[in-house]
Design a protein around this ligand. Structure first.
Ligand SMILES: NC(=O)c1ccc[n+]([C@@H]2O[C@H](COP(=O)([O-])OP(=O)(O)OC[C@H]3O[C@@H](n4cnc5c(N)ncnc54)[C@H](OP(=O)(O)O)[C@@H]3O)[C@@H](O)[C@H]2O)c1
Length: 292
């Protein structure tokens, strides 16, 4: 495979990937940002590349371009770059968005490029992500066959794992990733609020809850859902849930809507686990009704 890569947009995600790909023998060509200063900083982190502010410079026949621009800029850039002259024969264009499909790049089909998306299932807080943190990361891959093939090769070079997705199912794939990653933050935030309302210091609350959550993640890895479910709903303890409701409505009422919504969904999980009979499920759901 051609080992040359251009970057169109080199912020947190693209820089982290390019830095590791550079270490794995890929040749980094153009590194395009909106400012030359920012492109220069990205080149410094990657350890290679030619800074530029000219998006058209990042497209070349036979070469793969990673599109690391924000999601909202992908389609407008594709539309404007489709107006440029010259065919992009054997070029592969891969954007990194989880929410968009290769269709965001569609105008560039007319220039002969193969279009796809390569979404790292990993949060990048800054450009300085240590390459080791990408080990074993899953990548959602979607798009035209040459683009998907190229994306798989890049994932292999990154020592990640390819997760093929179709264009039609990519929104569901992304909803799953958002639920697992962002939903966990919402659940943590709820738990921290309750733990602090119960009198724990912020430090102790965080340590206690993250230790608990880490154990639950281990159980999920070992047993999956619904088998990993434990706790009062799994055991059908209606009086415990009533106690939670009463305490929360008195002392932390803002937490009740999310807590009860999660608990309703756990009743379903417990039913699928087979640990709740219909009567216990009915009583639990009644105690989770919104307050009159
Ligand atoms: N960050 C994550 O955790 C993460 C995870 C998975 C996937 N992704 C995906 O990765 C992509 C990039 O996200 P990010 O978080 O890395 O973004 P980011 O840190 O905000 O970086 C965006 C980069 O694009 C450049 N840029 C913006 N508009 C441009 C234009 N018109 N022409 C050329 N360059 C332009 C910016 O240049 P300047 O530096 O000069 O502003 C910047 O270097 C998105 O599709 C996102 O969904 C991100």
């Amino acid at each position: 495979m051609n080992a040359k890569l251009h970057l169109l947009g080199a912020g947190r995600a693209a820089t982290a990937l390019a830095r590791l790909l550079q270490q794995r023998g890929f040749q980094i060509g153009k590194v395009v940002c909106t400012s030359l200063e920012s492109a220069g900083s990205a080149v410094d982190v990657i350890g290679a590349g030619h800074p530029s502010t000219e998006p058209a410079a990042a497209l070349e026949a036979g070469v793969t371009t990673l599109w690391g621009v924000p999601d909202r800029d992908i389609a407008p850039l594709a539309t404007s770059l489709a107006q440029q002259p010259g065919m992009l024969t054997d070029a592969v264009l891969l954007h990194l968005s989880g929410s968009l499909t290769s269709e965001a790049l569609h105008p560039l089909r007319e220039r002969g490029a193969s279009l796809g998306s390569l979404h790292p299932m990993r949060a990048f807080a800054d450009r300085q992500q240590p390459p080791s943190s990408l080990q074993g990361v899953f990548f959602g891959i979607e798009g035209m066959s040459a683009a998907a093939q190229r994306a798989s090769e890049l994932v292999q070079a990154l020592q990640g794992v390819a997760l093929p997705v179709t264009t039609a199912t990519k929104p569901l794939y992304h909803a799953a990733a958002s639920a697992a990653s962002n939903g966990l933050v919402a659940v943590y935030d709820l738990a921290e609020t309750l733990e602090r309302a119960a009198g724990a210091s912020p430090e102790l609350a965080r340590e206690a809850l993250l230790t608990l959550m880490a154990g639950t993640l281990e159980n999920l890895r070992a047993h999956g859902s619904p088998r990993a479910l434990t706790g009062p709903i799994e055991r059908g303890e209606v009086e415990v849930i009533e106690g939670h409701r009463q305490a929360m409505l008195e002392q932390a009422p803002a937490s009740w809507p999310l807590y009860s919504a999660l608990a309703v969904s756990l009743v379903d999980v417990a039913c699928r686990k087979g640990s709740l009979d219909q009567e216990a499920a009915r009583q639990l759901l009644a105690s989770l009704e919104p307050p009159a």
